[in-house]
Design a protein around this ligand. Structure first.
Ligand code: CNA
Length: 240
């Protein structure tokens, strides 16, 4: 049996699949990842852990937004075959939850319903002074730093480096992984915690990692596929 046939077999025998996704699921939608071969960390002169930190947001708000708006514009981006395949698995009631480190909203755009966004979303914003809510249209149509009607600075509902993860999303994720019979980790370098640590809660049968590069969790997985995600899901679809 080759890798794809094995993966197909695992999906077939599982009824409580949970998927943890990272930036690699969205590279084929045109959004660069951080640590892959064409990742943004190679282009940026300032480390991303600083550029996207809470400290930097408050101390260099203009520079923060200049980078953020160029890189995270949600316009025109569309779900790719991986997002769509996961939506189909949910419709078939095999997949119970997607836990994502991504902030691009593409799983929801693909129609997936149970999505835990551990690092928040580029679609939602709030004023740091009065907490009034804003959407991305408002923020991306403002020049420079977006301001609230009260004069306060508007901040993305994204978890920046140095900030806590949303408690609900984290608790729901732990519960989902603990109950899963299959865990798939897709397109993540698994170096960002606590997201990567969720794997430790898995007690089920099949633990699958699909990623271009090696990860430090590869040796713990039942199946590791070092291939492009779109190619893998195209092959899965072809065989149906
Ligand atoms: P990462 O550290 O950039 O790792 C991505 C991994 O995916 C790398 O190991 C790549 O080799 C692999 N990869 C890239 N493209 C593919 C592909 N097509 N097929 C298979 N493998 C691929 O990203 P992580 O998600 O692990 O790191 C977590 C950070 C990155 C989170 O805080 C995210 O918010 C943040 N991030 C999010 C986005 C987004 O929302 N789309 C984009 C970039 C970074």
């Amino acid at each position: 049996m080759n890798d794809i046939e094995l993966l197909k077999q695992m999906i077939k025998e599982s009824n409580n699949i949970v998927v943890l996704t990272g930036a690699g699921v969205s590279t084929d939608s045109g959004i660069k990842d951080f640590r892959g071969k064409d990742g943004l960390s190679k282009e940026s002169s300032i480390p991303l852990e600083i550029l996207l930190s809470s400290d930097y947001f408050y101390s260099h708000t203009e520079d923060f937004y200049e980078f953020y708006k160029e890189y995270f514009s949600p316009e025109k981006i569309k779900p790719n075959i991986t997002h769509k395949y996961l939506k189909k698995l949910e419709d078939e009631q095999k997949l119970k939850a997607i836990i994502t480190q991504n902030i691009d909203g593409l799983h929801s755009k693909a129609g997936s319903k149970t999505v835990y966004e551990l690092h928040g979303t580029t679609y939602k914003y709030h004023c740091i002074k009065c907490n009034k809510k804003y959407d991305y249209n408002y923020v991306f149509n403002c020049d420079g730093v977006p301001r609230c009607s009260c004069g306060g600075i508007i901040k993305p509902d994204v978890v920046l480096y140095g900030e806590m993860l949303p408690v609900d999303a984290l608790e729901n994720s732990i519960r989902a992984v603990s109950n899963a019979d299959m865990l798939m980790v897709l397109g993540s370098s698994l170096v960002v915690y606590p997201a990567a640590g969720l794997i430790d809660y898995f007690n089920g049968k099949n633990f699958v990692i699909i990623n271009n590069d090696e990860t430090s969790y590869d040796k713990e997985a039942t199946l590791v596929i070092h291939k492009n995600l779109s190619d893998v899901f195209k092959e899965l679809e072809k065989g149906e």
